[in-house]
Design a protein around this ligand. Structure first.
Ligand code: DC
Length: 530
């Protein structure tokens, strides 16, 4: 449990969220609770002295965790109010409501509930002092009010010397004052907090500092007896010595699979064996520009999945040529088999629970990319029964968006003939082609498609190119009929994010489809039937 406190616009949220994402921890900005209640109260005309009605609002507010582990969506009675809670009028009023002791008391268990299972970075004003006095690490982020006002103006596109920028500075001063002077849980640095001043430090450097502090906590040895008093020494001192609660360490230990970062002898031998066996059954042809795949940095390889042979051939034939290994997300069941599990662990395969939205698996995937490695994924989620592309899940688009990784599409052709579903061993097949497409950044393609505008979009729609996907984002139906405008419960919550994820998925899948023969283009091809 990591507590990050600090005044408004000190960077708690952006820095905290980035550090959490890098380490695979959840992130919760508790200010969202106060903002949500403030928004609701103002809508209903409930003032700060109307305490009972104010407290009653707490039950209607929910923070929903997204697939990346961030509590990013705010709902009020099931309606998405994420955008409303950062409106200027909420900015101006929230500190007044946040000083109501009964409201703070009602929100306390809600925050502790989120932190209870650990593995969380929680940001606010009183996390280290009141909400999580037992936090494994307490950080106080601080910067001068002028610097914070400048950042906030910058975020909102306001010129630094304008009247609006002056108002932001004034408002921040007032909020600081109210937050720091209230009688209950005032903004205050916990005695055992580590202070990080962010005035003259870049965003990236601040994130690095926080990540390092959290990692130091995670690495510190756990007490042998387990009964070292947890609040016996200031956190900074405890960081340097033993005696951590070990909660972070235990969590890190759960991550069962090391990230493959270099070609080990196991990977080298496995790749060699794969190539020898493959040669017996087929001729594997690698097409496209292998050299266009960077030798360093985050790369997301996205391929169609028609056969068990796909990962074997892609890894076996490309790892050596890339000079670094691919990491894979593999079904969790692989890890139930002793020998296979050992090979998987040492071959850069990481468990993914395919039955549910696997937050842990997603974090592992993010960690692989954040640390600048290659991750290979099958966006369809499972093998296609007939070799044709199936409608894909949005997980890969979310990964691409969150990580900003370069995407390399790969089309594997005729692997379904080499090793059809249900066969125990492969069938002799003249050739299997692994075709590498041109690498691209998802954000670039979406932005370019967006900039082309509606007319180009209509034309592209007719041609069936990736811009169709952006058409989907704007409410026209994609050819594969995948509409994701509302979620299962029919709520508009996070609808636009879902739409843009669906658009991203379509872009990626069309790039893969373009590498496949019509026979295999399935849901993403202009040719629906052979
Ligand atoms: O961090 P923020 O600007 O979103 O927070 C909004 C308000 O909520 C802020 O004025 C103080 C209050 N707040 C609080 O009192 N305690 C917290 N743990 C988080 C926020």
């Amino acid at each position: 449990m990591i507590a990050v406190d600090g005044p408004g616009s000190s960077g708690k949220t952006s820095v905290g969220a980035a550090a959490a994402a890098r380490l695979g921890l959840r992130f919760c900005d508790t200010g969202l609770f106060y903002r949500a209640v403030t928004f609701a109260a103002r809508q209903l005309g409930i003032g700060e002295i109307d305490v009972d009605r104010l407290v009653a609002l707490v039950a209607q507010v929910r923070l929903e965790v997204d697939s990346t582990g961030r509590y990013a969506v705010v709902t009020l009675d099931g309606t998405d109010i994420t955008a409303d809670v950062i409106a200027p009028d909420v900015d101006a009023a929230v500190s007044t409501y946040a000083r109501v002791p009964e409201l703070r008391a009602a929100l306390l268990p809600r925050q502790r509930e989120i932190a209870a299972e650990g593995g969380v970075v929680m940001a606010g004003r009183d996390i280290g002092t009141v909400v999580l006095p037992d936090a494994d690490l307490k950080v106080f982020l601080d910067a001068s009010v002028e610097e914070r006002a400048r950042r906030r103006a910058d975020e909102r596109g306001i010129a630094p010397s304008s009247q609006a920028a002056m108002e932001i500075l004034d408002q921040l001063r007032v909020r600081d004052d109210i937050d720091a002077s209230r009688s209950i849980a005032p903004l205050r640095r916990a005695d055992d907090a580590v202070t990080i001043r962010t005035d003259a430090v870049s965003f990236a450097a601040t994130v690095d500092q926080l990540v390092a502090a959290i990692e130091a906590v995670g690495r510190a040895p756990r007490p042998l007896s387990g009964d070292v008093p947890r609040q016996s020494a200031p956190t900074a001192a405890r960081l340097a010595t033993a005696g951590r609660s070990g909660r972070v360490a235990r969590r890190a230990a759960i991550d069962p699979t090391p990230i493959a970062t270099r070609i080990t002898w196991i990977i080298r031998i496995a790749s060699f064996v794969i190539r020898v066996i493959a040669r017996f059954f087929t001729e594997v042809v690698i097409e496209g520009d292998v050299d266009a795949i960077p030798r360093s940095g985050a790369v997301l390889v996205a391929a169609n999945h028609a056969s068990n042979a796909d990962p074997v051939l892609i890894g076996g034939f490309l790892n050596g040529r890339l000079g670094r290994p691919m990491n894979w997300m593999g079904k969790r069941e692989l890890f139930d088999w002793p020998v296979i599990s050992w090979l998987a662990r040492h071959g850069g395969i990481h468990p993914l629970d395919r039955g549910a939205a696997d937050v842990e698996g997603f974090r592992t995937a993010m960690r692989i990319l954040d640390r600048g490695n290659i991750l290979a994924v099958f966006p369809e989620g499972t093998r296609s029964p007939d070799g044709k592309l199936m409608a894909a899940k949005d997980g890969v688009a979310v990964l691409a968006t969150r990580s900003g990784a370069l995407i390399v599409p790969i089309g594997v052709i005729d692997s379904d003939r080499l090793w059809p579903r249900g066969r125990r061993i492969p069938v002799r097949t003249p050739r299997v082609t692994v075709r590498i497409g041109e690498p691209f950044y998802l954000a670039d393609v979406l932005a370019a498609a967006d900039a082309r505008g509606t007319e180009a979009l209509a034309a592209a729609n007719a041609r069936g190119t990736e811009a169709v996907a952006v058409g989907d984002a704007r409410g026209t139906e994609a050819p594969n009929g995948s509409r994701t405008q509302v979620d299962g419960a029919g709520r508009p919550s996070s609808g636009s994010r879902r739409r843009s994820n669906a658009a991203g998925t379509d872009v990626i899948m069309r790039r893969i489809a373009a590498l496949l023969p019509p026979r295999q283009q399935g849901a993403y091809g202009p040719w629906q039937a052979d």
